[in-house]
Design a protein around this ligand. Structure first.
Ligand SMILES: Nc1nc2c(c(=O)[nH]1)N[C@H]1C(S)=C(S)[C@@H](COP(=O)(O)O)O[C@H]1N2
Ligand SMILES: [Mo]
Length: 598
């Protein structure tokens, strides 16, 4: 204490109920440990081994898993069969008649009169592919931080439909962090196990720029005639696409002039990619937000975080397939002319487009190779720039106070993952062994009435209960019933001073790299309907693993901000002088954001 300016010094001296000055609360600050400003791979996340992701598996029956690598040979066989069938069809007279009636490409008269692909299309196309590279890599990193996908709100082990990790082991205290896996450094971004904090800055930060690029593209598309290049204007597109499919598969390349109009199969896939897949990626991304999900419950009842996460993943699969096939065709169907269209704004067989493309490719490769080492060396810059890009949106979402009553007993999940670093100090063990008889929650700092509350004191306060969903930043979720004291009751009890802006929750447990676990919350969220201190979970006292004797719930934020095993609460003006100064343990040590409502 003492380093908080601008208030009556009398009030800053925290005292116990008996009036004794309390040295215990002063220790809260000195027990903290600032994080490092560069990633140290030896000690990262408490020294996690680099367990790698397995090949993707999909669940077929109760316990039957299919390794998707089999799709490579199977897909190849299917392709061979399809080519054989298409070749047969192509030589068939009535199929030929069909193909004459539906020639594969519909050229709108406006496009015939005024053909061409302007330079801005090429420029925005380049920005798009450059940013997609970072978005996909960081997205994969986020995926493997909880390497399982589900269709249900809860994340019950064994009920996932997809995994790149072994089955969940029997260990009842197995944490989601134990479960995370890594990717090769040049595949994931940053490519180190459990770097989800940094991966999210890349993913969400670049997303903002990608969205702006996409919006500019949409606007230019519809204010010029270029939309005709991407939007089908007649139902003829479907039979035409059948013709083109037969042509491609029978290895009779359709004669398409993309400068004027794309063939119907191209048109359909481009349309789906630009106008369906891209918006779906954005929407499914937003549906994973705790703040938006707890506010817009009519949507989140259907598209809960796990549905959204699975859809988000399927959109990624679409993009990966699209990119593979797209690039294959660019190269095999007249590469110089194709590159001139998109990188040279010209329709000839010169090497201009190839030259521009080569420069673009070098830029993409440099960005690709540099991203991981730069991130590992300068994580604070990634954290700061990422926050600058996405922070305003997170701030906006936090105003969405969740309403109680959206979930019922039936929604309670059979399993709630554990996460974090368990307490193992002598102090905690003593408290636990004596049923927390000596436990005291100290609430101090910028308040009119600092207090020290035993569990009995807490139980004597008005009981608050809520059934809410937990959103771990790693991607798992689950619903539980929480019982305890509303933070509003605590605010009424201690009366924060006007200059109190942040509320810091200190844990009895250390974080993964030593030093007290803590987290700071904006004071306005403390009076939200569903912000509370819980001592019960599903009608029983909190267990050791879930935070006994007391934990925080702030439902517009991700799980890491819900401090478990709370020992004290401090009201402050700012958090820059607490711990490493970034607003919490994971903010200091793993480069998370102090607002994480998205
Ligand atoms: N003291 C402390 N609290 C913590 C953590 C931690 O490591 N230490 N982990 C957080 C994270 S990342 C999550 S997701 C939730 C998990 O709560 P649960 O184990 O009860 O599901 O606790 C949060 N509270
Ligand atoms: Mo978490």
């Amino acid at each position: 204490m003492g380093n908080v300016e601008g208030h009556n010094p009398d009030r800053s001296t925290t005292s116990t109920r008996s009036g004794r000055p309390d040295t215990a609360v002063a220790a809260y600050r000195t027990d903290l440990q600032p994080g490092e400003d560069a990633l140290n791979l030896d000690t990262w996340a408490g020294g996690l081994s680099n367990t790698r992701a397995l090949a993707p598996r999909v669940r077929l029956g109760r316990g039957t898993w299919f390794n998707l690598l089999w799709l490579l040979p199977l897909g190849f066989i299917v392709l061979l069969v399809a080519v054989a069938v298409a070749k047969g069809l192509y030589d068939n007279a009535s199929v030929q008649a069909f193909m004459t009636r539906h020639p594969g490409t519909h050229v709108p008269p406006e496009s015939a009169a005024d053909p061409g692909i302007p330079a801005w299309v090429g420029v925005l196309h380049f920005f798009n592919l450059f940013m997609m590279m970072f978005i996909i890599r960081s997205g994969l990193q986020i995926l493997v931080d909880h390497p399982r996908l589900y269709w249900t709100r809860g994340s019950t082990p064994g009920r996932e439909w997809f995994r790149v990790q072994k089955p969940v082991p029997d260990d009842p205290l197995w944490t989601a962090k134990d479960d995370s896996v890594g990717l090769p450094a040049q595949v994931g971004l940053p490519g180190v196990r459990h770097t989800i904090g940094l991966a999210r800055w890349w993913h969400l930060g670049v997303d903002v720029l990608w969205l702006v690029n996409g919006l500019v593209f949409y606007v230019l598309l519809f204010t010029t005639g270029q939309w005709r290049h991407l939007v089908p204007t007649s139902w003829e597109v479907f039979p035409n696409a059948v013709t083109v499919t037969i042509e491609y598969l029978s290895l009779n390349w359709p004669d398409t002039n993309g400068w004027v109009a794309y063939n119907s199969l191209q048109l359909l896939t481009y349309f789906l990619t630009v106008f369906v897949a891209a918006p779906l990626a954005v929407l499914s991304g937003l549906c994973m937000s705790p703040a938006l999900s707890t506010r817009f419950t009519r949507i989140s009842n259907v598209v809960n975080i796990q549905v959204a996460r699975s859809v988000h993943f399927l959109v990624l699969v679409w993009f990966l397939l699209f990119i593979t096939i797209h690039v294959t065709f660019v190269v095999t169907t007249g590469v110089l002319r194709n590159l001139n269209h998109m990188f040279g704004a010209r329709d000839d067989d010169s090497w201009v487009g190839f030259g521009v493309f080569s420069v673009a490719l070098v830029i993409v490769l440099l960005g690709w190779v540099a991203a991981t080492p730069v991130t590992l060396r300068h994580p604070r810059i990634v954290q700061r720039v990422g926050y600058a890009l996405i922070g305003p949106a997170q701030r906006l979402f936090e105003h969405a106070d969740a309403r109680p009553g959206a979930l019922t007993e039936q929604d309670i999940s059979p399993y709630l993952w554990h996460n974090g670093t368990y307490p193992d100090s002598a102090e905690y063990r003593h408290l636990y062994d004596t049923d927390f008889a000596d436990y005291r929650l100290r609430i101090h700092g910028l308040v009119d009435h600092p207090v020290e509350l035993s569990l009995a004191d807490l139980r004597a306060l008005p009981y608050h209960e809520q059934i809410t969903q937990h959103f771990c930043i790693q991607g798992w979720s689950g619903v539980a019933k929480w019982g305890g004291v509303s933070m509003q009751t605590i605010l009424d009890l201690v009366t924060p001073l006007p200059e109190a802006r942040w509320v810091v929750f200190y844990s009895l447990a250390e974080g993964a790299n030593g030093g007290t676990y803590y987290d700071a919350h904006a004071i306005d969220q403390m009076s939200h309907h569903l912000t509370m201190l819980a001592y019960n979970m599903n009608d029983a006292p909190l267990t050791y693993g879930h935070g006994a004797p007391l934990r925080l719930r702030n439902e517009v934020q991700h799980g890491f901000k819900h401090v478990k095993w709370i020992r004290g609460i401090e009201f402050v003006t700012r958090f820059s002088d607490v711990g490493g100064g970034h607003g919490g343990y994971n903010e200091d040590h793993e480069y998370y954001g102090y607002r994480q409502s998205l």
